[in-house]
Design a protein around this ligand. Structure first.
Ligand code: GLN
Length: 539
């Protein structure tokens, strides 16, 4: 393959959840700081075509890209760290690979041949490995292989990585293996055996890792590093320590201290005179760690038992909070536990209230109570997607006195469908990839909280929903004080609602959290936190 693009593969061993995505994003950041253009892609071993149909409880948030792909939440980390957008091509699942191969088989593209895992599935995987590097836009493509080495389901990916070494040739291909060095309390020792085993498994599959990144709670003494190098067949200076960090945003700097970027560059024969100091990044970290004030914000949703379900929202608060030097104490509260009798005790400590995105009826009435409390008590309120829809329904019920107003998602026969299925959704019978997805433009009214946040009237934000504000109710709503301050200029779909007679009450049909990055905190989050600070002062 004639290409100057360098390919780095990151595999994981010993256990899952070691933070491959963060290591990938951190390495990407460091290479970016050296002047290279970098993209990161994730290959997931499960059979769903994409994570769009997965329950957030199982897999955390579904991250949506500009081009409307429903992807793994690690893509969120890539965008937040690198400040560049990703796309459908950055997240591939086994399901998609098989789907592509089977579609080709039906078209007759393999006519006469027995279609097999090797070479057909592995060829399809490799074709997708190389896709982003093909047009020469990127100097480096980092590929994170989901799951753990040794899992049955990731075998074809590992085999494809083995083959890729020969396609790409020396100095264009590198494998980093992320592993865990556990500390045994009783023996007071860091143990290397699980890593030795996991590297053996890689070797059995024909892959020699070039660099080991070792997650650890304690510094790795030299003798442990030497043992790892010796038994795992890697150079001593390629045993990289990855200590547990206070925040994920420390990891790029920790990896720089450990010279991960230098090791990668030397092995890939990448040279660069540039070595920026990540000043902006350090500035962000300084503010994040030294806040001058704090606020309590409640995130009310139904997936709170797994905070990863709200990953991008949580990170957007981190970025926006740091930008204004405010520590955001985010309290995740289950909407199922809020009712007409207890809402006050559940919500009274909060300086600001966010009602989260979501699907389905469970916990819905708790969200209505929450919005009513925020509206009546003039608590800064931010509704995202379903959160915005709830705000509209609450207003219809309690201000317009349209009893039983609802979304047709919750009650298909409601007498007042203030939120209803979008026209283009009416004939859709498949669940996967069929929502209104990806980036759409929105035109803001000048006199609005949204305009004062963004500072411009044309914005682009990402979407993931089927239902919408029902424009039949717009006049009634607006004359009672809930105003549509943002609309899609082509379709007239309401994208933002605000309540005039309230310090800060904003509901958005889109997901502003997806576009928040370390270097570009999301403006609505900043303004919402500022409103919460003001509210705290008044209290
Ligand atoms: N369930 C709502 C819809 O489909 C909201 C979706 C969301 O919050 N992402 O319109």
């Amino acid at each position: 393959m004639a290409s100057s693009t360098k390919y780095i593969f990151i595999t994981g061993g010993v256990t899952s959840s070691l933070g491959k995505g963060i290591i990938a994003a951190s390495l990407g950041k460091l290479l970016q700081a050296r002047g290279f253009s970098v993209t990161i892609q994730k290959f997931d071993p499960y059979l769903n075509i994409d994570p769009g149909t997965l329950n957030p409880y199982e897999h955390g948030e579904c991250y949506v890209t500009d081009d409307g792909a429903e992807t793994d939440l690690d893509l969120g980390h890539y965008e937040r760290f690198l400040n560049v957008t990703t796309s459908q091509d950055n997240n591939i699942t086994t399901g998609r690979i098989y789907n592509n191969v089977i579609t080709k088989e039906r078209k007759g593209e393999y006519l006469g041949k027995t279609v097999q895992v090797i070479p057909h599935i592995t060829d399809e995987i490799k074709c997708n490995f190389y896709k982003l590097g093909e047009d020469g836009k990127f100097d480096v493509v980092i590929t994170e292989i989901g799951g753990c080495v040794g899992d049955i389901e990731s075998l074809p990916f590992i085999e494809a990585v083995r083959q890729a070494r020969w396609d790409l040739g020396p100095h264009n291909f590198l494998v980093i293996h992320l592993t865990l060095i556990p500390f045994l309390k009783a023996a007071k020792e860091l143990k290397t055996k699980p890593t030795q085993h996991s590297v053996k498994q890689l070797l059995e599959a024909g892959i020699q890792p070039d660099i080991l990144v070792c997650r650890t709670e304690y510094h790795l003494p030299m003798d442990v590093k030497k043992k790892l190098a010796l038994f795992c067949n890697v150079q001593l200076n390629s045993v990289i320590e990855a200590m547990d960090a206070e925040t994920i945003y420390d990891v790029p700097l920790l990896m720089k201290k450990e010279k991960l970027d230098e090791r990668v560059m030397s092995k890939l024969k990448l040279s660069s005179k540039q070595n920026t100091d990540l000043e902006n990044w350090k500035d962000f970290l300084g503010k994040l760690k030294n806040p001058t004030q704090e606020v309590n914000i409640g995130l009310i949703g139904k997936y709170v038992s797994l905070p990863d379900s709200y990953k991008s929202i949580i990170e957007a608060f981190t970025h926006a909070g740091a930008a204004i030097e405010c520590q955001v104490n985010l309290k995740l509260i289950s909407s199922e536990e809020i009712n007409a009798d207890n809402y006050e005790s559940k919500l009274e400590d909060l300086d600001g209230i966010l009602v989260a995105p979501g699907f389905g009826e469970r916990g819905f009435e708790g969200k209505i109570e929450t919005v009513r409390y925020a509206r009546e008590n003039k608590i800064p309120f931010f509704g995202i997607c379903l959160g915005m829809q709830v705000a509209v329904i609450e207003f219809a019920r309690n201000v317009l006195h349209l009893k039983d107003a609802n979304s047709t998602e919750m009650e298909p026969h409601t007498p007042h469908p203030v939120i209803a299925l979008m026209e283009e959704q009416k004939n859709i019978d498949q669940m996967g990839g069929t929502m209104r997805l990806g980036s759409y433009s929105c035109e803001l009214k000048r006199a609005s909280k949204a305009y004062s946040a963004y500072g411009k009237s044309k914005i682009q934000e990402r979407h993931r929903h089927r239902y919408e504000f029902n424009n039949q109710y717009i006049n009634e709503m607006e004359s009672a004080g809930m105003v549509a301050t943002g609309k899609n200029p082509e379709t007239n779909l309401v994208e933002i609602v605000e309540i005039k007679n309230h310090p800060w009450f904003v509901g958005v049909q889109f997901h502003p959290e997806y576009k928040s990055t370390v270097l570009n905190p999301q403006p609505l989050f900043k303004k919402f936190i500022e409103a919460a600070i003001d509210n705290k002062k008044v209290k």
